[in-house]
Design a protein around this ligand. Sequence first.
Ligand code: TXA
Ligand code: MG
Length: 342
Amino acid sequence: MARLVDLKEALTCLQQGKLVAFPTETVYGLGADASNRDAVAKLYLAKGRPPDHPIIVHVASPKKESIDLETDWLEILSPWWRDIPDLALRLIFTFWPGPLTLVLEKSKTALDALTGGQKTLALRAPSHPLAQELLRAFGGGIAGPSANRFGRVSPTSAMDVLNEFPNQDGIAVLDGGNCAFGIESTIIDLSDSSAIRLLRPGSITPEMIKKKTGIDVRKAVEGETLTRVSGSLKAHYAPHTPLTLYAEHTLPDLLKTNSLKKIALLIWNQPPLIELQNKHHTFIQIPMDSNGFARNLYRYLRDLDHGQYDLILMPETPSGQNWDGVRDRLQRAAFGSGAASD
Ligand code: TXA
Ligand code: MG
């Protein structure tokens, strides 16, 4: 089984080319020294991830007392990216450290194994204090896909990671508590400055980016990009138990047709109607608040997946960009649920 370690041992493991799962504010990452080819190869193997899916490299942010932030950032970023446009710096000054990943053309020195053979490389500076402490002590970049097996639900606690890798002794886990955001970072592709594209929705929305920086980000149209984004597969983040998303008005019929099934039913903040109650069905009230829901989404999926249910029913999400990240994960989770896709 993977095992818990403290910061000092996590650091040693990274330096020795071993895998270290580490907390971030979004989800736990499975980390490896991004400059070590063998260590990066271990990541793909442990996750069961196809070799052409690129990986995000995590970097430390400059110290708070920095006197020249721009120079400090350029020094941190230049080993990884060929050019760093002003646009990128504007986003970095505003949102880093935090749940935003930026994609730009890779430097010559960054390993091809990180980019799945593509010309671009994804970078992010996580805001979780323990992740920052680890990154600063390490000094280099940490390659970090989410610490789950390919196609499955991302872990949001150290225990989730331990459960995800029951047979892998080689994985060390640094415990940083529960993740504050709960869904993976927003990914923005800046490699074509005339068309800045959102590759994966997350807690930082295009509306927030526009408001804070004036930068227009548009959604990538399917098929528009050759970039392989594993989170863009139709089936992803998937529980083993079948998951169905319901529209409010279909609920009474849905419950009637499934009256003999053991169902976990998630409902917004309202008491279940008495006439809908059934001894096979468990009602779970959830907050109608996009951040609160995102924080607990994978927790629900993981816990309910272990609850021996025949079916999980979750409500469709309200409209609005603040729900886009949750909606995206839920739709893919529902699509991939049930069948063993890994
Ligand atoms: O919040 C997060 O981003 C978490 C934490 C651990 O930082 N990481 C994460 O990594 O979600 P992963 O590997 O599970 O998802 C990263 C996504 C993948 O869908 C990958 O295809 C995409 O980022 N990606 C990585 N490099 C890319 C690139 N050069 N161009 C486009 N997409 C890229
Ligand atoms: Mg992932």
